[in-house]
Design a protein around this ligand. Structure first.
Ligand code: PLP
Length: 433
């Protein structure tokens, strides 16, 4: 709030009056291109007519009913469609109402599954360095970004942290694939050592988004799936940010040809309209809870707004756009354009690398390219880019010294050009001293 204080460091809070497509408009009529999809939620633009109409229609028949003992048409249709689209073997959906809650559900369900199997010693989770899974206490414990986590450490469950396959750390000359191959080794050692006490490994497939948009090769997911099977540990894929076409395929796991034991979805699930999340899981995990009431094996986890019909209607409209328009093919074109337009930044003296997976493109700034000396975080150089972009009518929100583009899929090539040009100017301004 201090950043936004009047007379302070000149970052006034921006009240938004309306949105349309990739654009947001403030009360002075100034427009901002939403280059980060309002924190990675928006897929098909603001006030999308199809999604809006679906919600309005749903509003006239049922706004909400509890999802216990009762069910409703949108949630049934959504579950059927998600099961059809998801990697094979994921046949069951458990609903919640935001991403962090989906992570809590997956973690509790994994632990509880093993408990129901009589494996009471399995009660720890294996997570990756630099990972992010949300900010409720369980989700926070499973993540590894210091900024969010450190102060709350005394409140958090103990997890086992494995090195990340994050390819930023590869040796020069080493490919993403080679590095991701190499980084499965420490994970395998951890799995071998902790198999008896580990419930699950949790990973953000392909991109650690909140962790500075760091990326890895799909081969890591494939090898991780094999290792989890070998050591009898679940695999939780947190596709909350990367699901729904972000990385080029509908789900990131598809690029490795794997099926996780749990897949968490939220953010883009409703096209960025309403809070909703779901955890997809397998028939065999579902079966471990299916029993007489008095056996007390059931999975109890409830949120009041779980599976809200309006949110489900938004999700169905979103899936309908995927089904009726060539979204992924168009995204492929747009990501190629983005790649082409950002290529030159690789030669910038203060750009460590430009990396990309589909519709996520990140530019990492660095003080010294040769020694890889980082900029001091206290200088907040990313904020200078944020400020410059706002003046130019773009909402960019760098994470530390990483500028990234994660736009709604309805962006045009011309808008991408404007985005890249403005970010390039911002990078100049932020690195000129
Ligand atoms: C945003 C995010 C979450 C948390 O979702 P919320 O709805 O913000 O609680 C979890 N995991 C990943 C990978 C995310 O990007």
């Amino acid at each position: 709030m201090r950043d936004h204080a009047l007379g302070g460091q000149t970052l006034p809070m921006i009240p938004i009056r309306r949105g349309e497509g990739v654009w947001l408009e403030d009360f002075n009529g100034k427009r901002y291109l939403d280059a980060v999809s309002s924190w990675w939620t928006n897929l098909f633009g603001h006030t999308n007519p199809k999604i809006g109409a679906a919600i309005k229609k749903q509003l006239d028949s049922l706004e909400h009913v509890m999802l216990a003992g009762f069910t409703h048409e949108p949630v049934i249709q959504l579950s059927e469609q998600l099961v059809n689209l998801a990697p094979s073997g994921l046949t069951r959906c458990f609903y919640a109402d935001n991403g962090s809650s989906a992570i809590e559900v997956a973690a509790k369900m994994s632990f509880h599954y093993w408990h129901n199997q009589g494996k009471h010693q399995k009660r720890r989770f294996i997570t990756l360095e630099n990972s992010y899974h949300g900010e409720t206490l369980g989700a926070l414990a499973l993540g590894n970004v210091e900024l969010y986590k450190q102060i709350y450490q005394p409140l958090l469950m103990d997890v086992i942290t494995a090195p990340s396959p994050d390819c930023f750390h590869r040796d020069s000359g080493e490919t993403w694939e080679q590095y991701s191959h190499r980084m499965i080794e420490p994970m395998r050692k951890i799995l071998e050592q902790h198999a008896a006490e580990a419930c699950a490994v949790i990973i953000e497939p392909l991109v650690q988004c909140a962790g500075n948009m760091r990326m890895h090769h799909p081969i890591y997911l494939k090898l991780l799936r094999q290792a989890c099977d070998e050591f009898g540990v679940h695999l939780i894929a947190d596709e909350i940010a990367v699901g729904f076409g972000r990385t080029g395929t509908l789900f990131a796991c598809e690029q490795a040809g794997i099926s996780p034991d749990f897949m968490c979805l939220s953010k883009g699930l409703t096209g960025g309209y309403l809070p909703l999340s779901t955890v997809l899981t397998t028939e065999s995990i579902y079966g471990a809870f299916y029993d007489e009431y008095i056996s007390l094996r059931a999975f109890l986890h409830s949120h009041s707004y779980t599976g809200n019909p309006l949110a489900c209607a938004a999700a169905l409209a979103t899936l309908n756009i995927f089904a009726t328009e060539p979204v992924l093919a168009r995204n492929r074109q747009l990501s190629e354009h983005l790649q082409h337009r950002t290529q030159a930044l690789n030669d910038h003296p203060h750009v460590a690398e430009v990396r990309q997976h589909g519709m996520i493109c990140a530019i990492e700034l660095i003080r010294n390219k040769k020694t890889r000396e980082q900029y001091d975080w206290q200088q907040r150089r990313g904020l200078r880019i944020y400020h410059h972009a706002l003046q130019q009518g773009i909402l960019l929100r760098p994470i530390g010294n990483v500028v990234y583009f994660m736009p709604p899929y309805v962006i045009t090539e011309q808008e991408i050009d404007y985005l890249v040009d403005t970010a390039t100017q911002g990078i100049e301004l932020a690195t000129c001293d």
